[in-house]
Ligand binder design. Structure first.
Ligand code: AMP
Ligand code: ZN
Length: 465
C-alpha cells in the first residue's frame, strides 16, 4: 500500500507499527450543526481507507472523537465555543445540541454506507485524561500558566513546523487573520490546553481541575482520545486539509512532548469539496447538508459515487449538474448489474477472479485511487467473463466501495417520498391547467431517471435503466 504522507510530502510504502493491527484515528465532527457534504466527503474517504486496508488483509482499529466542547469559532483560540453559540441561538442546552447533531451525523453516515468507527468518544467524556496530559506537560515545563489559562509553549517543540512544511514567518503571513492577539501567549502559535479565563462569557460546560474550574482546548481532545484508545503508537491520522495547521500541528506537538517519542507515522489529508463559489463551511452558513440533497431528490449513495469518481487529494467541485450526471451513471451501472443478476450463467472462474481482484487492490494500493477502483468494476462488467463470475466480483468490490450495487432496485424511502410529492404537485398543476408547470415537473423527474406514466389507475413511476 502506498499512501501520500503529509509529514514527509511523499507517497510512501505503508508499514504499520504492529503488523497485526492498523491503528487509525480520524477527527470527528464538531456537533453544532448538520455536517455539510464537504465534511461528509472526508468521512467517505476515511471509510474507504479502512475498508480497503481490510480488503488487503489488515485488521484495523479506527477511533473518532466527537467534539462537543472547546472548539472555538477561530481555530487559534479566537471567538466563542461553537456549541455554546449554537445552543444560545437554538435556545437549548449545549448537551442537547450535541446529542441532536451527533444523532444526525450518525444518520448521515448510515445513509452514505459509511461504517461507524469501532471507537467513538465524545470530548466531554475524557476530561480526566486531558488533565493527566496537561499536568505532565506543565511538570516538564512544556506548558505554562498565564492569565488563568494553560498554554502549550511551541518553542519547546523543535519540529513544530514540520507537518505544514512552512516556515514560521510564512505561516504567520498565511494565517494572519486567524492569529489570536492573546497577550498571555509567549509565542504567536502557542495554543490553549485549558481555559479558566476565556475571553467570552457563559461557557456552559466546565470542570474542576488542578488548574482551576474550566474547560479543555480543542486540540488536546484528539490527542488524548487517540492515545487513550489506540495506545502510544498511531499508524494513520486523517482529517481534511484545513486540519493540517493548526489542529494537527498542535496535536503532534503535544502528543510527542507528552509521550517522549514519535507518535503517528502517516498523516493523510483529504482535499476539500468546493462549490462554484469556493470552500464550503458550516460557519459560512451557505453549506449544503445531506438532507438538502435528499429534499431535491438525490440518493445519498449517488453522492458517495460522485465522491469516489475523484481522487481524495484533488479538490472536488460540486454542482447539481454534476450530481445529475452521477445519478445517470449510477442508475445505468445498477441497470447493468441487474441484467447480470437476471441472467446468471457459467461456473465461477477463480483464476479470473484473482486477476481482477489484484487489479482492484492495485488501484487501492496506489494512494487510494478510487476512480481506478471504479474503472476495474466497469472492466469486469464489460468483460467476457460469465455472469456468475461477474456477480462474485461485483459483490467483492462492493465490500469496499459500499455503493449498494446489489441491493434490489427499490429506491430509497427519501427518494420515493420526493417522487410522490412531485407527482402530487404535477396532478394539481394539471387540474389547474398549468401544463407548463406539469411538464417541467415531469422533466425534473426525468433528469433523475424517474419516468412517470399516467394510467387509468393513476400516475405510476419507474426508474429508467
Ligand atoms: P468539523 O466538523 O468542522 O470539525 O470538520 C469535520 C471534518 O471535515 C474535518 O476532517 C475537516 O477537515 C473536514 N472538512 C471541513 N470542511 C471540508 C470541506 N469543504 N471539504 C472536505 N472536508 C472538509
Ligand atoms: Zn482532531
Amino acid at each position: 500500500m502506498r499512501l501520500y504522507n503529509t509529514l514527509t510530502k511523499k507517497v510512501e510504502e505503508f508499514v504499520p507499527y504492529n503488523k497485526d493491527m492498523v491503528k487509525m484515528f480520524i477527527c470527528g465532527p464538531t456537533v453544532y450543526h448538520y455536517a455539510h457534504i464537504g465534511n461528509l466527503r472526508t468521512y467517505i474517504s476515511e471509510d474507504i481507507l479502512e475498508k480497503g486496508l481490510r480488503y488487503l488483509g489488515y485488521n484495523v482499529k479506527r477511533c473518532m472523537n466527537i467534539t462537543d466542547v472547546g472548539h472555538l469559532t477561530g481555530d487559534s483560540d479566537t471567538g466563542e465555543d461553537k456549541l455554546m453559540t449554537a445552543a444560545k441561538k437554538e435556545k437549548k442546552s449545549v448537551l442537547d445540541i450535541a446529542k441532536f447533531y451527533t444523532d444526525a451525523f450518525f444518520k448521515d453516515l448510515d445513509r452514505l454506507n459509511i461504517k461507524r468507527p469501532e471507537i467513538v468518544s465524545p470530548a466531554t467524556e475524557n476530561i480526566s485524561f486531558y488533565i493527566k496530559m496537561i499536568s505532565k506537560l506543565l511538570d516538564e515545563g512544556i506548558a505554562y500558566e498565564a492569565g488563568g489559562n494553560i498554554y502549550f509553549d511551541t518553542s519547546k517543540y523543535p519540529k513544530y513546523y514540520e507537518l505544514s512544511g512552512r516556515s514560521k514567518d510564512d505561516l504567520l503571513l498565511a494565517v494572519r487573520d486567524d492569529v489570536d492577539v492573546d497577550h498571555n501567549k509567549r509565542n504567536s502559535f502557542d495554543f490553549g490546553l485549558w481555559f479558566t479565563n476565556s475571553k467570552f462569557k457563559d461557557q456552559e460546560l466546565k470542570w474542576d481541575s488542578p488548574f482551576g474550574y474550566g474547560y479543555p482546548g480543542w486540540h488536546i481532545e484528539c490527542s488524548a482520545i487517540a492515545i487513550q484508545n489506540l495506545g502510544e503508537h498511531l499508524d494513520i491520522h486523517c482529517g481534511g486539509v484545513d486540519n493540517i495547521f493548526p489542529h494537527h500541528t498542535n496535536e503532534i506537538a503535544q502528543s510527542e512532548s507528552y509521550l517522549g517519542h514519535k507518535w503517528c507515522n502517516y498523516w493523510v489529508h483529504m482535499e476539500f469539496l468546493n462549490d462554484k463559489t469556493g470552500k464550503m463551511s458550516k460557519s459560512k452558513g451557505d453549506s449544503k447538508d445531506l438532507n438538502s440533497l435528499i429534499e431535491k431528490g438525490y440518493d445519498p449513495i449517488v453522492y458517495r459515487y460522485f465522491c469516489l469518481q475523484s481522487h481524495y487529494r484533488k479538490v472536488l467541485v460540486y454542482s447539481l449538474e454534476s450530481l445529475d450526471m452521477a445519478t445517470n451513471a449510477y442508475n445505468k451501472l445498477k441497470g447493468r448489474i441487474k441484467n447480470i443478476k437476471d441472467n446468471l450463467d457459467g461456473e465461477i472462474d477463480y483464476d479470473k477472479i484473482e486477476e481482477y481482484q489484484n487489479k482492484f487492490k492495485e488501484a487501492f494500493e496506489n494512494d487510494m485511487n478510487t476512480s481506478m477502483m471504479l474503472t476495474t468494476l466497469y472492466d469486469v462488467i464489460k468483460s467476457d467473463l460469465n455472469n456468475n463470475t461477474k456477480l462474485y466480483l461485483i459483490k467483492d468490490f462492493d465490500s469496499v466501495l459500499s455503493l449498494s450495487l446489489l441491493d434490489e432496485d427499490k429506491i430509497s424511502k427519501e427518494l420515493e417520498d420526493f417522487v410522490l410529492r412531485k407527482i402530487e404537485e404535477r396532478n394539481k398543476a394539471k387540474e389547474e391547467k398549468n401544463y407548463a408547470l406539469a411538464d417541467s415537473i415531469r422533466d425534473e423527474l426525468l433528469s433523475k431517471n424517474i419516468v412517470i406514466k399516467d394510467t387509468r389507475e393513476g400516475t405510476t413511476f419507474e426508474v429508467r435503466k
